[in-house]
Design a protein around this ligand. Sequence first.
Ligand code: ARG
Length: 589
Amino acid sequence: AADEEYVGNVKRQLAKIFEISLKETVPDEPDIEPLIAACTAKFGDYQCNNAMGLWSKIKGKQTPFKGPPSVGQAIMKNLPPSEMIESCSVAGPGFVNIVLSKNWIAQNLQSMLINGIDTWAPRLPFKTAVVDFSSPNIAKEMHVGHLRSTIIGDTLARMLEFSHVEVLRRNHVGDWGTQFGMLIEYLFEKFPNWEEVTEAAVGDLQAFYKASKLRFDSDPVFKERAQQAVVRLQGGEPKYRKAWAQICEISRNEFHKVYQRLGVHLEEKGESFYNPFIPRVLEELNEKGLIEESQGARVIKVEGVNIPLIVVKSDGGYNYASTDLAALWYRLNKEKAAWIIYVTDVGQDQHFQMVFKAAKRAGWIPADDTLYPKTTHVGFGLVLGDDGRRFRTRSSEVVRLVDLLDEAKTRSKAAILERETSKDWPEEEVEKTAEAVGYGAVKYADLKNNRLTNYTFNFDQMLSDKGNTAVYLLYAHARICSIIRKSGKDIEELKKIGKIVLDHPDERALGLHLLQFSEVVEEACNNLLPNVLCEYLYNLSEIFTKKFYSNCQVVGSPEETSRLLLCEATATVMRKCFYLLGIVPVYKI
Ligand code: ARG
């Protein structure tokens, strides 16, 4: 039933109408797909761009048309009557400009207010997706790169979930590999009572890792023992498994603190989980003739890359790639995922391209990337410090994520306490707002850029209440809420009885932008680009503040009811944007 109610975004609804017209205009050219785009010129809201392409198809044949403009004219003339469209015109080489009916826009806003914004959720043509994100390595640093992966991955998962996709949020933690031999031996050596050892005793796992590495590099006897420990761990010896599990648990608790602060939910399926599947997966690839011998290693050659993908090292051990092949196999066959998305820094792009090409050679996924099941690497750039170099603390140590979030919160709290309005806020409210603003600022600063570019981490910039920042947007939302509160009207009641009217051009501009939410989310999902949604949100707040609210009096005007409903619609869409970006909204400033 829900499917029947779904009408689709504006573009798709227009496409339905233009499809009818295209059939009528060129009956001999079936299955022409309507090309509908937002209009950049001021002649319309949308445009249909089929005329030129159609002309080049039919110009040699018997046709009543004299060129693209006349094709455009016919497309316009053959449009069936529709309440969506107010008027059309043909421009240049046959573009059909479309002006939407303001009543139709208003009706759509009203029904969203009554039925909820989830009725605007896009529908995507597949059921299940894996988003592989965050994925830090046990006992190693969880660095800002993992923070980016966590923030970007969470947003992608939220957008897909909103669009009715079942998302498997996978934390592919690095919990397997030769470093565990050294960690385990060091644990035994340092803590004879290792079975009772907890996080508090080990202290900083990163320091623990470094110390054990030092030991490993300097003492051949220790090194020998560590190498033995790997064998015993992989052979499943209980004592070694137990020590391994303990180290993982300590790490897990540390990661969890960051996830909890960020409000990010993840399900851990680390590298170790896929380990048992590796032999049979490699066997399958071998039977298909993909695996070759090269310098003692076993490799898969892929097109376009001049190094092969090593799947078994010359010492017989498995590696990152063998694990990823097994994980991909598992996700396709056991979890039946249609889209598998990996969020890591761009530096890993070649690795993933090689894994994907191997999967194509094996016939696991189609060669054509527009078909499902498909795999995508979502790469992102570096986080830079003010000096333009890789982000570090003063002591040139890796930045600890928890410290970073602490600082964001402390700074936003100080800014809140400076405001006159916060004077009589209870302590709890100050804390809550400081977290929402501080963590929101860190997330938004990351998400608003195209993820492929490097971005400069700067607290002053991200916590400024001017410009394109989370602070500015959160305050804009709070201000809208306060307009509604101060009107003294019961907004739920207004939703039932009130009517939206978009007579003023700035009311109409706001209404149209609100209505475009659905197609923006859909685009952000299809291209896996959260910055598209950030840009939409920023524009929304600009249109509201600089156009609508500057030029249209709300409280006390004859249009008060309609305008309050427009405020409520704006706040509703903004809140959904915040939710999709993993940002907690604030209602008061
Ligand atoms: N643990 C890896 C790292 O820190 C990221 C894992 C990404 N996911 C994957 N399936 N390879 O670089």
